[in-house]
Design a protein around this ligand. Structure first.
Ligand code: KG4
Length: 336
């Protein structure tokens, strides 16, 4: 089944053609250069750029796959969660296409597709497994019981790990997207020079809290600025990165211990983080767990991962009609 998938939840307009776990084409038009000027994504601009790019990106994806629209068996689209104006562009484009071609329309939850990025990179991977899902807007530990059955067992109580990286980076003067640049510049951590809290959440061993850590970094950089003390950006970056990874890894390993699950998957934009990948690899080797993470090109927002999840949604009967709407927020376990 050849699925044309569309993704427009944030600042990438993306389309891909996927057949099972094989990617026939994967086109991404990124808006990063424009949002960089403002230090973060401006939702209004994102929606407008999606409107401008979507036809070209979709046509490009179909042509690159060596196909025409008539060869496509179904249209998949990210319908939630994300920036509402941005999502609506993709959803309405997909609806129009599905109706005009008389093909099934498959709504795909953005976070489910981040997990599915791993199916592209690891053809043998099958649920059940435990997933650390870390992106710009979400940080979750999810039990993936089947391709369409998700159970949240840990979540952030406030900010996502990506948000903590991005805002820490911005306060150090690094360009958007901060998490990527912080990871690139980081050297060796120094907790004596830059003490960092390890926020714990009362009543849950698996939940995260990142707002205190983010605030600590922002306060530190503001105080240094006021006093005229220079910040060692590579060292502070490494210190923040170390602490974020400490928190993510400790909770994930705890979750594996509690659930008895031996397959661990990491997904979402932050799964590209070099320290997270390296330390998780080492920890999982010691503990005898099998670790999976996506190839870097599938970590950030893309439509190939939407197509990879769509086949399972379709098989589970998750097919939409012309009433499909976008939603800014929606839990990953909204439908089983
Ligand atoms: O999954 P994603 O592309 O978008 C959402 O669905 O949210 O995640 C974007 C997030 C941003 O916060 C970005 O800074 C972060 O992923 N990110 C990283 C790295 N690459 C992307 N954070 C830390 N280290 C990286 N190498």
């Amino acid at each position: 089944m050849k699925i044309l998938a569309i993704e427009s939840s944030c600042d990438e307009t993306a389309a891909a053609v996927v057949e099972g776990r094989t990617v026939l084409s994967n086109i991404v038009a990124t808006q990063i250069a424009e949002h960089k000027i403002y230090g973060g994504v401006v939702p209004e601009i994102a929606s407008r750029r999606h409107c401008e790019a979507i036809s070209t990106v979709v046509n490009d994806a179909v042509a690159t796959a060596g196909l025409t629209l008539n060869d496509i068996d179904a249209i998949a689209v990210t319908h939630a969660p994300g920036l509402i104006g941005a999502l609506l562009v993709g959803v309405n484009y997909a609806k129009g296409l599905a109706m005009s071609l008389n093909k099934p329309l498959i709504p795909v939850h953005h976070l489910r597709s981040h997990i599915a990025a791993n199916y592209i990179s690891h053809k043998e991977l099958e649920p059940p497994f435990l997933c650390l899902l870390v992106s710009g807007g979400n940080s979750l530990i999810v039990k993936v019981n089947s391709y369409t059955d998700f159970e949240i067992i840990g979540r952030t109580r406030d900010d996502a790990a990506g948000e903590c990286f991005d805002k820490s980076a911005r306060s150090m003067g690094l360009e958007y997207p901060g998490g990527v640049n912080l990871d690139k510049i980081a050297t060796e951590p120094d907790f004596e020079k830059y003490p960092m809290p390890w926020p714990k959440v009362d009543s849950s061993e698996l939940d995260f809290s990142f707002s205190g850590l983010k605030t600590a970094v922002i306060n530190l950089t503001h105080n240094a600025e006021q006093k005229g003390t220079p910040i060692d950006v590579p060292v502070l970056s490494a210190t923040v990165r170390r602490r974020v990874c400490d928190i993510l890894i400790a909770n994930t390993l705890k979750a594996a211990e509690m659930t008895g699950m031996k397959k661990i998957v990491i997904a979402g934009g932050v799964s590209a983080n070099s320290e997270l990948r390296q330390r998780m690899t080492e920890e999982c080797e010691i503990k005898g767990f099998r670790l999976y993470y996506p190839e870097k090109k599938y970590c950030g927002d893309n439509a190939a991962m939407v197509g990879a999840q769509a086949i399972y949604e379709y098989q589970n009967g998750n097919i939409a009609d012309s009433m499909l709407n976008a939603a800014a927020t929606l839990n990953i376990d909204y439908l089983k």
